[in-house]
Design a protein around this ligand. Structure first.
Ligand code: HEM
Length: 174
């Protein structure tokens, strides 16, 4: 019950849909290099055709830029990002490039371009809670929505990779 509420609430962070008793939210496309991200060609539960790389691959650097800018100034995350910000603009720029490579690989748009630490290594010591993780995913959804990505596309094609419990487990409680 609690789990169902959580997954419902999380999904609702992406797209305002009702979560009925028997709702089985459709996943996005499958595939992707890092534990099953959005990938290509999948059809979401409401019939959205997911082709993340064709549709939005070129926009990943700009989206990552905005995600990092918002995270670094969001009261919920700024303490975690303060050391990076204190390290200066070059460090922030390098981080954005690395995150761009990770995201591109994760959604299957590129392969093997990410050369940074594992997600467990990168997030160990941050003690990220489930709530913080969910809020971060919500921040990402907000950036995509503000960039004009339709809500159903976000919910069906971008969200499943991030809300996948196996993926999230590398970030939470480390
Ligand atoms: C969708 C979830 C997330 C993804 C895909 C993600 C991705 C990444 C990646 C790829 C790196 C390593 C980059 C590198 O060192 O080259 C990283 C580092 C980091 N992440 Fe995350 N992250 C996520 C969630 C979070 C959350 C929820 C927080 C904080 C609340 C966070 C804070 C950080 C910090 C502080 C670093 C280290 C920055 C530095 O180099 O100083 N991340 N993240």
């Amino acid at each position: 019950m609690a789990l169902k509420f959580l997954s419902c609430a999380l999904f609702a962070a992406f797209v305002a849909v009702g979560c009925g008793d028997d709702s089985t939210s459709g996943g996005g496309g499958t595939g992707g290099a890092t534990g099953g991200a959005g990938g290509e060609g999948g059809t979401g539960g409401s019939g959205v055709q997911c082709d993340v790389c064709t549709d939005y691959g070129a926009a990943v650097p700009a989206a990552v830029d905005e995600i990092v800018n918002r995270a670094a100034t969001d009261p919920q995350f700024e303490a975690d990002f303060a050391p990076l910000v204190m390290a200066g603009d070059a460090a922030v720029t390098a981080f954005k490039a690395s995150l761009t490579a990770f995201v591109s690989d994760a959604y299957g748009c590129t392969t093997g371009t990410y050369e940074g630490p594992s997600m467990v290594e990168a997030h160990t010591g941050l003690d990220i809670t489930q709530e913080e993780y969910d809020a971060f995913v919500g921040l990402i959804a907000g950036v995509l929505a503000d960039a004009g990505v339709p809500d159903d596309y976000i919910g069906e094609c971008f969200a499943p990779a991030l809300t996948d419990p196996t993926f999230a487990a590398d970030f939470i409680g480390k």
